[in-house]
Design a binder for this molecule. Structure first.
Ligand code: IVH
Length: 665
């Protein structure tokens, strides 16, 4: 054995012993050596790594103290999307879920695994041959951020597994309530801003660019699932047991329930007991236990049909409405908003609550000065649930919706079938401001440094009158520097962020345009189908409406948007400035085609079916005639059949000839 081999073998041994003891200490809470002995092992490993840096492995436990700060997080694609869960509010919605899940089952109960719904942040941990190679945030479910360096600092996350398995484990990172209080106490002593709740503290810590800071935050994790493994595990609870055997922390309060009634009993018990836990939970997750049944039920594009989250009723509190004001949204909708006497609710101070629209206000008979019950469900803006009429003094005043837009003075209109009063002036300053802020927001074009205050200044100074002008701002650098609070550095950063946004994929731009009914998800679906903004702009209502999950309502809104003169002008200016209009296809490595199943529908523009089949097979792919859950790609040509629609509902990726050729090259 050479010297290097000898050292390396000693280091390997140290790494596995340290990992084993870390598991005993941080996961099982049952150490068998003293802290001093553990420190000795760490010190020996650290010394060896210092003297033989070329022998150090990236999964070394010495990485847990945090490496070099990163300039930014890189974006990663989730090979299997990180879906979210449908919610059940109340037990009757659990019965509905049970009925849907039982479809086609003749047994007495389908069998569920129930778990606590941990209120933290979803992460995905990828292991290759037993080594942690990547940690990622959920992001929008399709793409997240690479937070490997921070994940390594979470002591409960194994860096090396006791078996050389490849698997992508999914779980929730969180902070205990006690640790959270301690953290905030420390921060108050250092005059640092406090975190609103444990969830925000966990999110803030995971998104630290400096892993040494993340390492000092008391992050914990419970894992609740996995994808991309090839071990036969017939049930979800067996999967959880397997994960526990791999040394992951799995929440102990999981239970098998044969019937939905047992599930309901479990839910009501935890509704009562949730405060005895040292961490926050916001509900119960119910999953069909059999993996085979899960596969049969499948997923919608948003969430699995085999699981549901039972949400605990939202916390409520009473306070007084000091005033009612109106807010002008980016579509011109006028929303009345209650200004409240500040109250602490579910971990944060609430001082505004949405009153939705005039009908809501009238039906709840809400007056200025009323004492009301407010509620906060999840992260959404608090709302007024009901008025405590018995607390009225007689001094309360009725609120009337304004007849003119508070921003531009245009008379407001209420269109038939709509609940909202609207300002129909497309150049209303309040709307333009909201549109710019939305365009620049993280889920759209992600232009850092372009928040409401900067957008307001840009509009006031007339440097910008719509989002298209952002891309010509660099020609007005000196005027930009004249703006209040715009120092050299922040102007440069802003211009750089704008420049960078030009290269965004089409779906970000499309979402950013703020077309009615086109949110993040619809923008993605449309972009993946058309792949080019110009093609979408030219598409007929019928063509757009034929896409799975895109109904006539969306199609008409899209069509109307692109038909406007202002839209054409806006897109033209963006294009000239070099803004990308295309949706890139996800590049696939050749090996990723191996074993993939392709189905064809319709006539391809240049290839015959035989040619296409041969090309796919040359790369190790398979071509079949019938669509099934196992199909990976549907290649659609002209005049596609019903397969197109079915593929959409199965969540199968639909591609055209051009993309197929790109993939094969
Ligand atoms: S399963 C495909 N189980 O809730 C199903 N999720 O709204 C994936 N969460 O993004 C989720 N505890 O962040 C599952 N025991 C649990 C969970 C859990 C918390 C979170 C998770 C997910 C969100 C879904």
């Amino acid at each position: 054995m050479s010297k290097d081999e000898e050292i390396s073998s000693r280091m390997q041994k140290l790494v596995s012993r340290i990992e084993e003891h870390a598991h005993r200490y941080y996961v099982l809470d049952n150490p068998v050596i003293t802290d001093g002995e553990y420190d000795l092992l760490m010190r020996e490993l650290g010394d060896l790594e210092k003297n033989y840096p070329h022998l150090k492995t990236p999964d070394s436990p010495t990485e847990r103290i945090g490496g070099q700060p990163l300039p930014y997080f890189s974006t990663v694609e989730h090979t299997v999307p990180m879906l979210s869960l449908d919610n059940a509010f109340g037990f009757s919605e659990l019965y509905d879920f049970n009925r849907r899940a039982m479809q086609g089952e003749d047994s007495s109960g389908i069998g569920y695994a129930t778990e606590l719904k941990i209120d933290g942040l979803a992460v995905s941990l990828r292991y290759e041959e037993g080594r942690l190679v990547r940690g990622a945030t959920r992001g929008n479910g399709f793409q997240g951020e690479d937070i490997t360096a921070n994940i390594k600092t979470v002591r409960q996350v194994p860096l090396r597994l006791p078996q050389p398995v490849s698997i992508e484990v999914r779980g929730e990172v969180f902070i205990d309530r006690n640790d959270f209080n301690r953290l905030n106490h420390e921060r108050s002593e250092q005059d640092l801003p406090l975190f609103a709740n444990p969830r925000n503290a966990a999110a803030g810590s995971l998104r630290q660019l400096d892993p040494r800071i993340a390492a000092r935050r008391p992050l914990k994790i419970f894992v609740y699932g996995a994808v991309g493994y090839d071990i036969a595990l017939p049930t979800h609870l067996e999967l959880l047991q397997f994960l526990e055997d791999l040394r992951f922390p799995v929440n102990p309060y999981r239970l098998y329930c044969e019937e939905i009634e047992e599930v309901i009993a479990y839910c009501s018990r935890w509704q009562e007991l949730k405060n005895i836990l040292p961490y926050d939970i916001d509900g119960i997750v119910v999953k069909v236990n059999s993996i085979a049944s899960q596969d049969i039920l499948g997923n919608t594009s948003r969430s699995p049909r085999w699981a549901i989250a039972y949400k605990f009723p939202a916390e409520e509190i009473s306070t007084r409405i000091i005033d009612i004001v109106v807010n002008v949204g980016r579509t011109g909708a006028i929303t009345p908003v209650a200004i409240l006497e500040p109250v602490l609710l579910a971990g944060s101070t609430v001082q505004r609550a949405s009153l939705h629209n005039e009908d809501y206000l009238r039906s709840k008979e809400i007056l200025i000065g009323d004492t009301v019950i407010v509620r906060k469900a999840g992260d959404i803006i608090p709302e007024v649930v009901r008025v405590l009429k018995e607390k009225r003094s007689g001094d309360e005043v009725k609120f009337d919706m304004p007849s003119r837009c508070p921003s531009c003075g245009t008379p407001l209109k209420r269109l038939p079938e709509e609940a909202a009063w609207r300002c129909l002036n497309p150049s209303c300053p309040a709307q333009v401001l909201e549109r710019i802020v939305h365009f620049a927001s993280r889920s759209a074009m992600d232009i850092e440094g372009l928040g409401p205050a900067v957008a307001y200044n840009l509009l006031q100074s007339k440097l910008v009158k719509d989002v298209g002008d952002l891309y010509y701002l660099k020609e007005k650098k000196s005027e930009l520097l004249d703006l209040e609070r715009m120092a050299e550095k922040s102007s440069m950063n802003l211009l750089e962020a704008i420049e960078k946004s030009k290269g965004n994929p089409m779906h970000r731009l499309l979402h950013g345009l703020g077309i009615r009914f086109v949110g993040e998800r619809v923008a993605r679906i449309l972009s993946e189908n058309f792949r080019d903004m110009d093609l979408l702009a030219a598409a007929s209502i019928d063509r757009v409406a034929s896409i799975d999950e895109v109904g006539p309502k969306i199609a008409m809104a899209v069509n109307a948007y692109f038909a406007q003169e202002e839209t054409r002008d806006l897109l033209e200016r963006m294009k000239t400035a070099g803004v990308n209009f295309k949706e890139p296809s996800l590049p696939l490595a050749a090996s990723e085609l191996e074993g993939k199943i392709f189905v064809f529908t319709g006539t391809l523009p240049s290839l015959s079916r035989e040619e296409a089949k041969r090309l796919v097979e040359e790369k190790g792919g398979r071509v079949t005639n019938t669509l099934s859950k196992k199909t990976n790609f549907l290649v659609a040509g002209d005049k596609p059949g019903s397969k197109l629609e079915r593929a959409g509902s199965y969540g199968i990726r639909i591609i055209g000839e051009e993309e197929l050729l790109e993939m094969l090259n």
